[in-house]
Design a protein around this ligand. Structure first.
Ligand code: MN
Length: 365
């Protein structure tokens, strides 16, 4: 069979080598992910309710010198972002076009964590109730991570119990620091106690760096996804590990987005210096031991094959879930990435849906 230059360049290596070997393009040569379509569960999908967006826009309109407030300053009720966070029909249309089976919804960052205590407690409960209604209406298309207000740890623990036992939600989300404090402080540990007891994972989602490290992030738009988000959540995750949170709560599952918020890439060095300074830390567990036992990561916003293959090699495919980060990222590139990335078909199934079903208690299809 003759092959011209255009065929080689245009059709790609797989098809060209098939032609070179004189084979027809049999069904057995179609990647399994396309031949037998895998269920796609996207695990970090932002959503909101009008009351919540209105409150965040209100914060943006204050003169509060805070990086998250600055991020909300340009947003109005007419912004496309405000619509896309709320509009379930638009979201479903795009999901249908692309074969995205399920979004695991979560209240958009910074959740309720910039509100005064009573407002935060009430807003979390309202958003959780609305989320549960959406899931009840379309249980095959949506699951949800509930919010709680760390500003009131005792009420947060009660809300965690309500969301699992009454609302049947699938886990929790917290947007990193609350009033510049991290959850390694023992006053917050009743939150972990409640989540562990209910076998509910807590997703630590980004917000902008805390005021205490804000200055260098206030230039060049560094506060957000270009660097600030991953720096903020990476710090949070390492604090939890070194404080002994996972020694005290051995069955707790914490989820980190964005391919682990930089921490996996430095895990060898973190282990190395943990070993050299063991006496300094409350934890007895190596950071890498914690990562392989208590921490899941997701691919949100990172469509990079080498990064995913590294994470599979270092953490194992059982610890990685697919995510889009809609509407902050668009759905098509995240779908294409998982269709095409060079990993085994069994790993692709784990990342696309099997791990999410296990961690978030989603009924297998
Ligand atoms: Mn996100």
């Amino acid at each position: 069979m003759a092959i011209d230059r255009r065929t080689l360049l245009g059709v790609g290596v797989a098809a060209a080598s098939t032609a070179l070997l004189g084979k027809t393009h049999a069904a057995s040569e179609i990647p399994a992910s396309r031949a037998k379509r895998l269920r796609r569960i996207a695990t970090e999908e932002a959503w909101s309710i009008p009351e919540h967006i209105e409150a965040l826009i209100g914060i943006g309109q204050t003169s509060w010198d805070n990086l998250d407030a600055m991020s909300w300053r340009p947003v109005t009720a007419a912004s496309p972002l405000a619509r896309r966070l709320v509009d379930i029909d638009e979201r479903l249309r795009i999901m249908d076009q692309l074969g995205v089976d399920m979004h695991v919804l979560s209240l958009t960052s910074p959740g309720v964590q910039m509100f005064e205590r009573a407002h935060a407690v009430a807003m979390a409960a309202l958003a959780n109730d609305r989320m549960a209604e959406i899931i009840r209406a379309r249980p095959a298309r949506f699951a949800g991570l509930a919010s709680f207000a760390p500003q009131d740890p005792a009420r947060a623990a009660k809300e965690i119990e309500r969301c699992v036992t009454k609302l049947k939600l699938n886990g929790f989300i917290v947007n990193s620091h609350t009033n510049n404090e991290y959850l390694d402080l023992p006053k917050y540990w009743e939150i972990f106690e409640a989540a562990e007891a209910l076998n509910a994972a807590i997703y630590i989602h980004p917000r902008c760096p805390a005021d205490t490290m804000a200055r260098p992030y206030s230039d060049y738009e560094m506060r957000a996804a270009i660097w600030g988000f991953q720096a903020e959540v990476g710090v949070h995750a390492v604090r939890l590990m070194l404080a002994g949170v996972f020694d005290r709560f051995p069955k707790l599952t914490v989820v980190l987005g964005h391919m682990g918020e930089n921490v996996p890439f430095h895990l060898w060095r973190t282990d190395h210096w943990f070993e050299r300074r063991r006496a300094s830390y409350a934890s007895k567990l190596l950071p890498s031991e914690i990562f392989k036992r208590n921490i899941m990561i997701t691919t949100s916003g990172v469509e990079h094959g080498p990064a995913l293959r590294y994470a599979i090699e270092v953490l194992g495919a059982d610890r990685i879930m697919w995510a889009i980060d809609y509407p902050y990222e668009e759905m098509p590139p995240a779908v294409t990435f998982m269709n095409e990335v060079g990993i085994s078909e069994s790993d692709r199934a784990k990342v696309l849906h099997e791990n999410a079903e296990r961690v978030f208690h989603i009924e297998p299809a």
